[in-house]
Every structure is written in C-alpha cells, then in structure tokens.
Design a protein around this ligand. Structure first.
Ligand SMILES: [Zn+2]
Length: 192
C-alpha cells in the first residue's frame, strides 16, 4: 500500500475527495476541517460532522429552557407554530407504533442543522420529509424568522428529552401529545 500523500509515513487507506489522493486515517482525522476544507462528498467527514452535531445539540437542549417560569410556550409566536406542528405529529403518527419519540427527535435535529446551513450532510427519509414539510408550511403561514424556527425546534427537542426513555418508554412523548390534545390516555390528567 502506498504511503500517505500528506505525511509520507503512514499507509494511505482513505481516498480524500478534496485533494483527490489517498491519505492515512490519522491525517484524515487531524486535518479534517482544519487543513483540509472537507466536502459533503466525503463519508468520513459527514459521519464525523453528524456525530459532532448530535453531541452539540444534545448539550444545548440540556442547558436550554430550564427556567420554568419563563417558558417559551408562553410566547404566542411559538405556540402558533408548535401547536399545529405537534397536533400534526399526534394525528398522523400516534397510531403508527413504528414511529418512536427518538425518530421525531432525530428528524428535529436534521431540521435544526438544515436551517443552520448544514443541510448538505443530512438526508431526510419519507417520514422526515413529511414532518419537515409540515413545519415549513406552518412557519410560512406565521412568517416565523429562521432563528426563532431553530429555537422552537430546540424547545420541542427539550420536550422529548424530558419525557422519553427509561421507565417512561420510547413513545412517552407521543403519549404526552395525546394527553395534551385529547385529555385521554396515560398522561391525559396532566392537561386538564
Ligand atoms: Zn498521513
């Protein structure tokens, strides 16, 4: 195996689509996005960037909206978007048990970073496309600025993060939506 074009010491294993040469994993990792202006054609770059984003947004979700007395959901501009969007999720996917809370979380994550200008590293499947289209439809009606759209998405991710997983199960956010919109089900009493 030929030596890495960049360091000329290690074995080159990865084709770098930017410099169009084979390079070693070490150079790929250390120069990624630093000395090499990586492109979305590179699967190593895309995987790495997605992992970084997931970590970063998870931290942001945890650290944001922790003041319950200043809840964003008291803002009409937020409710006018989040309300119809969450109702859409409940009406279309509550009965589809293949859709777990985390599927919605992952879709919101992609939506967030797409609005952040990083859409080139994500692909949306059919379910995710439907969800994003609905969101776009609502924010268009409400004339919501992009920064506020991102904040709303983050707040919805917070809702999911707070109620899902562990003893609550992986569809507890769905249950919360049911409670919120129909006052029935396991969590119906919360919203009376
Ligand atoms: Zn190298």
């Amino acid at each position: 195996m030929a030596k890495c074009t960049l360091c000329n010491t290690k074995k080159s294993k990865r084709l770098c689509p930017v410099i169009n040469e084979y390079i070693c994993p070490e150079c790929c990792g250390s120069k990624r996005g630093v000395e090499i202006n990586c492109a979305p054609e590179c699967s190593f770059y895309v995987q790495c960037k997605r992992r970084e984003n997931e970590k970063a947004i998870g931290k942001l979700v945890k650290e944001s909206f922790n003041d319950e007395y200043n809840d964003l959901f008291k803002d009409e501009r937020v409710v006018n978007v989040a309300g119809p969007f969450e109702l859409y999720i409940f009406e279309n996917y509550y009965n589809d048990i293949r859709v777990k809370d985390n599927n919605i979380y992952q879709c919101l994550l992609k939506m967030y970073y797409t609005l952040d200008g990083q859409g080139d590293i994500y692909t949306f499947d059919e379910f995710e496309t439907e969800l994003f289209n609905k969101f776009k439809e609502v924010v268009k009606q409400e004339n919501t600025p992009v920064e506020l759209q991102k904040t709303i998405i983050l707040r919805l991710m917070k809702s999911i993060e707070q109620v899902t997983g562990g003893i609550f199960g992986n569809r507890n956010y769905m249950e919360m939506l049911r409670g919120q919109f129909t006052h029935t089900g396991r969590m119906g009493g919360m919203f009376l």
